[in-house]
Design a protein around this ligand. Structure first.
Ligand SMILES: Nc1ncnc2c1ncn2[C@@H]1O[C@H](COP(=O)(O)OP(=O)(O)OP(=O)(O)O)[C@@H](O)[C@H]1O
Length: 289
C-alpha cells in the first residue's frame, strides 16, 4: 500500500494564473489564416513585445484580445489581480464561440492604443482623457442630469484622475489644446493617457513609436517604463523598432505568417535563425536612431 499525503499537511497553493493566457488562437478571414495556433502568456508586471514582419498577424492578435474579432479556435483568459476568477475573454466550442465585446474587455481591465491614432480630434487633450476616466464611473445619465451628490462626487473624481494622468504623462501644459492640433508624438502620448484613464491592468500599445522622432522615442521609452514600474501596469506592445524593444521589453514573441516562430529575451530572439530568416529580404528587425 502506498502512503498518501499526510492529511494534516496543507496542500500547496496552486500557482497564480498568468495575467493573460492565449492558447491555440486561430483567426481566419475566408481562406486567409491571420493567426495560426498562437500561444502567448503574460505574467503580471511584465513588459512584453510582439514583433514580426508586415502582415505577420500582430494587430490581428490585439484585435482578438480586445474583442474586435472572435477567433475561430483557441481560448483567451485574463486574470487581473482584482478578479476572483480569470475572465474568459474567448472560450467555448466551435459552434458556440463566445467573445466579449470591446467595452466589456475594457471594463475587465485591458486598454489599448491604435496603430493609427484614434483620438477625439475636436476635443481638447483634457476632454479626451476625461471621457475615458468617466467610463470608470457607474452613475447613470439621470443622476448626472440631476447632479445628484453621487454624480458630483464622480465628476470630481474624474477631474482629479484626468489631472493626475496629464501630469504623469507630461501633458499638463497642453491640456486645453485641441487634440488634432498637437504634434504627432504628443498625440501618441495622449492616446496612452486616455487608455490609462480607464484603469487597466494590461495596456496594449500598437506601434506606439510609429512616426515619432528620436527625442519623442526616448520620452516614450521612459513613459513605458514608468507605466510599468510606478503604476504596476503590465504592458504588451507591438513595435517594429528593435532598439526600443530591446530597451524596454523583458520578453519578445515573434510572429510570422500568423505563427509564433520565436519567444525569449530580446537579445536571444534577434539571433534566432528563424527570426533572421523571417526578416530576410526586408531590412530586418529595424533599429532606429
Ligand atoms: N479584417 C480583415 N479582413 C481580411 N484580412 C485581414 C483583416 N485583418 C487582417 N487581415 C489580414 O491578416 C493578415 C495579418 O494582418 P495584421 O494587420 O494582423 O498584420 P500585422 O502584423 O499587424 O501587420 P503590420 O505590421 O503591417 O501592421 C494580413 O494578411 C492581413 O491582410
Amino acid at each position: 500500500m502506498t502512503a498518501g499525503p499526510p492529511t494534516d499537511a496543507p496542500s500547496p497553493a496552486p500557482p497564480p494564473a498568468p495575467l493573460l493566457a492565449v492558447r491555440g488562437v486561430t483567426l481566419r478571414f475566408g481562406g486567409l489564416t491571420s493567426l495560426n495556433g498562437v500561444d502567448l502568456t503574460a505574467d503580471g508586471g511584465e513588459i512584453l513585445a510582439v514583433i514580426g514582419p508586415n502582415g505577420a498577424g500582430k494587430t490581428s492578435l490585439f484585435n482578438c484580445l480586445t474583442g474586435v474579432y472572435t477567433p475561430q479556435e483557441g481560448t483567451i483568459a485574463f486574470a487581473p489581480p482584482t478578479a476572483e476568477h480569470p475572465v474568459q475573454l474567448v472560450a467555448g466550442p466551435a459552434r458556440r464561440r463566445r467573445g466579449r465585446k470591446p467595452h466589456v474587455v475594457n471594463r475587465a481591465g485591458i486598454a489599448r492604443t491604435f496603430q493609427n491614432i484614434r483620438l477625439f480630434a475636436a476635443l481638447s487633450a483634457y476632454e479626451n482623457v476625461k471621457v475615458a476616466a468617466e467610463t470608470r464611473q457607474r452613475t447613470g445619465p439621470v443622476a448626472a442630469m440631476l447632479r445628484l451628490p453621487r454624480a458630483r462626487a464622480n465628476e470630481r473624481s474624474s477631474d482629479a484622475a484626468t489631472a493626475a494622468l496629464l501630469d504623469f504623462t507630461g501633458l499638463r501644459a497642453v491640456a486645453d489644446e485641441t487634440a488634432s492640433a498637437l504634434p504627432y508624438g504628443v498625440q501618441r502620448r495622449l492616446e496612452i493617457a486616455r487608455a490609462l484613464a480607464t484603469g487597466p491592468a494590461l495596456l496594449l500599445l500598437d506601434e506606439p513609436a510609429a512616426g515619432t522622432n528620436p527625442t519623442e522615442k526616448r520620452e516614450l521609452e521612459r513613459l513605458i517604463r514608468r507605466i510599468n514600474g510606478e503604476l504596476g501596469v503590465t504592458v504588451l506592445l507591438i513595435e517594429h523598432d528593435m532598439r526600443l524593444v530591446t530597451s524596454v521589453a523583458d520578453r519578445v514573441t515573434v510572429l510570422n505568417f500568423g505563427r509564433v516562430i520565436a519567444e525569449g529575451r530580446p537579445a536571444e530572439v534577434r539571433r534566432d535563425p528563424a527570426v533572421v530568416e523571417a526578416y530576410l529580404g526586408t531590412a530586418g528587425p529595424r533599429e532606429e536612431p
